[in-house]
Write a protein that binds this ligand. Structure first.
Ligand code: NAP
Length: 338
């Protein structure tokens, strides 16, 4: 793994971030510790969790593991926003919930500071100034080093950037969006905005929950049991079989398999490398349920797909160019004259 700067900050993070969403859910504490150890041994320093992952259990596991390490060597990211209780103030981005959220996360993580504190999604009920001033206070008090946003729409992120600038609040350093070969809508607005404003980008689900790992093939009629995709089908999560079992997905997987054979890498490594090489991206957040998957995914960094191979993957996963983006494409075709 290599280190990269997170957006415009001076913070150096490994170019793969380890996601802790499976910890305490599909992955036992013992296996989670082994995965964390191996990730650090391979040169990783960047770990992403959230208060809501297994209602705090993921943070607790990371916290117990942190006690066995030099905490300052690591960059720990977590999130606040989703419901952590049944009360009306146990959710959202109000000052009350953020303050309660950060205190609870610090306790579970067993640390006195969080490196990257992210708002997990937009909160339509809380004034943006209330959220941003609270996040600023957390940085001033030393409880948090940097702040980030996740799952924002582009207008929401741009508004937050300008609001911070206008009031002198701490600014978001990065965005955590979904981004992978099966989800390129992020490219319409969010990635150009992050490049323009100097925000780092740390994509979640770089393998779309396993769809891009090579274990699903044309002709299969459902996901094998004990896979994320099978569970997603039962729970109604985004990566469900019925949502992706279509010609677009299989066309992307066909080309992914071809390119991976050509570069003599696994499909997962090839799909991760494609994300890692996008101009705006700082570090994809890898998910691994097992040590074997971690070993595979670690091989996504440290080499490069050629421009031609990237172009083939781009072509197979191309998104429809709709208004207003079609105008820019036409303009480009006509050499800048419309
Ligand atoms: N901000 C947000 O809203 C948000 C949302 C989701 C995730 N995240 C973050 O992003 C991280 C990664 O997301 P993700 O877990 O969805 O990532 P992902 O890499 O797209 O999916 C991970 C899942 O795919 C399967 N898999 C992974 N590597 C594999 C391999 N080499 N071979 C075969 N199967 C493999 C495993 O599931 P099975 O083995 O069970 O099939 C694994 O649990 C999370 O841990 C979390 O930190 C953030």
């Amino acid at each position: 793994m290599n280190n990269r700067l997170l957006g415009k900050t001076g913070l150096k993070v490994s170019d793969l971030c380890l996601g802790a969403m499976t910890f305490g859910r599909e992955t036992s504490e013992k296996d989670s510790f082994a995965i964390l150890d191996r990730f650090v041994e391979a040169g990783g320093n960047f770990i992403d969790t959230a208060d809501v992952y297994s209602r705090g259990i993921s943070e607790e596991i990371v916290g117990r593991w942190l006690k066995t390490k030099n905490r300052d060597d690591l960059v720990i990211a977590t999130k606040v926003r989703f419901g952590m209780g049944d009360g009306p103030n146990d959710v959202g981005l109000s000052r009350k919930h953020i303050m309660a959220g950060v205190e609870a996360s610090l306790k579970r993580l067993g640390t006195d500071y969080i490196d990257l504190y992210q708002v997990h999604a937009w909160d339509p009920l809380t004034p943006l100034e209330e959220t941003l001033s609270t996040l600023s206070t957390l940085v001033e008090r030393g409880l948090v080093r940097y702040i980030g946003a996740s799952n924002f729409r582009a207008w929401q992120l741009q508004k937050a950037i300008y609001t911070s600038r206008q009031h002198g609040f701490e600014a978001f350093s990065c965005l955590q969006p979904q981004y992978n070969l099966l989800c390129r809508a992020t490219e319409y607005e969010l990635l150009p905005l992050c490049e323009q404003e100097g925000l780092g980008v740390i994509p979640w689900s770089p393998l779309r929950g396993g769809w891009l790992s090579g274990k699903f093939h044309r002709g299969m009629t459902q996901a094998p049991e004990n896979t994320r995709v099978a569970e997603a089908q039962k729970q109604g999560w985004g990566e469900a079989w019925s949502r992706y079992d279509n010609e677009y997905t299989w066309g992307v997987i066909d080309v992914l398999m071809e390119v991976s054979r050509e570069v003599e890498k696994t499909p997962a490594q090839t799909a991760l490398n494609w994300v890692l090489q996008r101009q705006a991206v700082t570090a994809p957040i890898i998910g691994a349920r097992t040590m074997q998957q971690l070993e595979d995914n670690l091989g996504g960094s440290g080499w490069v797909l050629t421009a031609k191979q990237i172009a083939r993957l781009d072509e197979a996963s191309r998104m429809p160019v709709t208004y207003p983006y079609d105008q820019a494409a036409e303009q480009q075709q006509r050499g800048g004259r419309l």
